[in-house]
Design a binder for this molecule. Structure first.
Ligand code: G6P
Length: 500
């Protein structure tokens, strides 16, 4: 299969791919008038993988969570996506409410998510959640088996929801070539020990041919845990677990840099910015932004404390700076998420009352809904500063998207040292979200920064973000997977588009 190189070069042969994730890239839902509408999933990871699939083709297997998802699929539960420019199959898996409750909300998000993020929310492990988590992972693996074409198409599994898929799939298809990318931090073995099912999870992961993490720190934590819990032995840069060898690497994820350039260079982009400015009622010279899933790991309360310190220090700032906080509701049925949402709501109201101008308008515009890339890029471009203040984060693609949107070299990124992105984006203003005064110093530095320094830093950041885009991320992982055992390669192996 050959596809044109999107950079205008010779067509390069590529192989279709099977991506497996919990979250689907497109969702169908019922509109108010009863018709069926579709929308893309907005999170950075989904957007990044969708870009990859549009290039390669193949099948993406995911939970069909939309209330009209069943209406859009064929008899095999498949739908071609993107719906307006079909490029690959989306194969939906159905879960009952009870299954979603135990597998997704319970085990994945009340157990593994807080286990892996140092954000002081206690992980909860329940036997019933674990039982359903195993069942659903088995269902995903079985579906991959059914969908796999005759030749060994690479299977690219995503994240902590699906740790057992490699094991179940290996049992069904010993020839499958399986990579799993772990998007979030991987805990130190001491912390992993909290999880009563850690051994089964490590065994599940050990059936990958290739396991990839964001950072070297995550990779080291996994290697140490596999040695301690499974008696695995070092094997080159990977591991020997029983009679199986696996590669273990660290490859930081990136964004679709070129697509963001296309969006920001479109002739109507300036108009989009003006529209957004009016909608958000921005009438100040300076704009700050935060864009996050509404998650307790993102450090939004800490950000509000630092902004409070800044506005307190700097009388009159309320007439100069508007801060836009976009918080996309997430996992809201869980108590820990409802609690952080209520805390942020309360803090924003108190902040706006405390720092209101004479006309009664407070500095924060708080919107709880997702933005599509065009609007998001317009917001990024409006900002004099963008704050990413995660308490712990695997990578954080908002930080990279912001940089990708700033071809004008304007704006300053204020970035938590506890986000994975801080390892690469060293020219950001690095802050610690737990240090309120130091964080406020960082914000002040960003606002006072001379234009030359701002541009120098942004230029350097853009080099990093452009040089490690989502295609390079995928190329590194999938080429490594395909090169592990050359005998099993399908005919005419080729490079992926986007490889530089
Ligand atoms: C993180 C995870 C992803 C997940 C995303 C959105 O980035 O690493 O796997 O899809 O959050 O969370 P949600 O629960 O809405 O899928």
């Amino acid at each position: 299969m050959a596809q044109p190189d999107r950079r205008g070069g010779e067509p390069v042969p590529t192989h279709p791919l099977a991506v497996v994730s919990n979250r689907e890239p497109y969702i169908h839902s019922r509109s108010a008038d009863g018709s069926v509408a579709w929308s893309p999933t907005t999170g950075g990871v989904s957007v990044a993988l969708d870009a990859l699939m549009r290039e390669r083709g193949g099948v993406w297997i995911a939970h069909g969570a939309g209330d009209a998802d069943r209406l859009a699929v064929d008899d095999h539960d498949r739908v071609r996506v993107p719906p307006d420019a079909p490029a690959y199959d989306l194969r939906r898996i159905w879960l009952t409410d009870a299954e979603e409750h135990h597998y997704y909300e319970g085990f994945a998000n009340e157990g593994l998510w807080p286990l892996c993020h140092v954000a002081h929310v206690k992980p909860v492990f329940r036997a019933e959640d674990w039982r359903v988590y195993q069942d659903i992972n088995r269902r995903f693996a079985h579906t991959v088996h059914v969908e796999l074409p005759d030749f060994p198409a690479p299977v690219f599994v995503q994240d902590y929801h699906l740790t057992l898929v490699p094991r179940f799939l290996r049992n069904l298809r010993p020839d499958a070539r399986i990579a799993l990318f772990w998007h979030i931090p991987f805990p130190h073995p001491d912390r992993l020990r909290i999880c009563p099912y850690r051994r089964e999870i490590l065994e599940g992961l050990a059936d990958c041919d290739l396991l990839a993490f964001q950072l070297e720190r995550d990779r080291r934590n996994f290697l140490a845990a596999a040695r301690a819990e499974l008696g695995a032995k070092a094997n080159g840069s990977g591991l020997q677990v029983g009679d199986r060898a696996m590669a273990v690497c660290a490859v930081p994820i990136g964004v679709d840099f070129d697509r963001i350039q296309t969006v920001t260079r479109s002739p109507t982009f300036a108009a989009e910015q003006g529209k957004l400015r009016r909608e958000l009622r921005i009438d100040t010279a300076l704009v700050g932004i935060g864009v996050d899933r509404l998650d307790y790991t993102k450090g939004i309360p800490e950000r509000l404390s630092a902004l409070d310190a800044l506005f307190t220090r700097w009388p009159g700032l309320n007439r100069q700076l508007t801060f836009v906080q976009i918080a996309v509701p997430s996992r809201s049925t869980l108590g820990s998420y409802a609690a952080v949402e209520a805390d942020i709501d309360r803090r924003v109201a108190a902040f706006n009352a405390r720092h209101a101008r004479e006309d009664g308008v407070g500095p924060i515009r708080y919107r709880k809904s997702a933005l599509r890339m065009r609007r998001l890029a317009a917001l990024y471009r409006l900002a004099d500063l963008c704050i990413v203040s995660s308490l712990h984060d695997g990578m954080n693609l908002v930080a990279k998207e912001f940089v990708a949107a700033r071809e004008d070299l304007g704006g300053v990124l204020v970035l938590s040292e506890l986000a994975g992105a801080a390892q690469e984006l060293t020219e950001a203003v690095i802050i610690n979200p737990y240090d309120v005064e130091g964080f406020a110093d960082g914000l002040q530095l960003a606002l006072d920064m001379p234009a030359e320094e701002r541009q120098r830093r942004m230029r350097a950041l853009r080099r990093v973000v452009a040089g490690r885009d989502v295609f390079r991320w995928a190329t590194e992982i999938l080429e490594e997977l395909e090169n592990l055992d050359p005998r099993a390669l399908p005919p005419a192996p080729g490079r992926l588009p986007g490889k530089r």
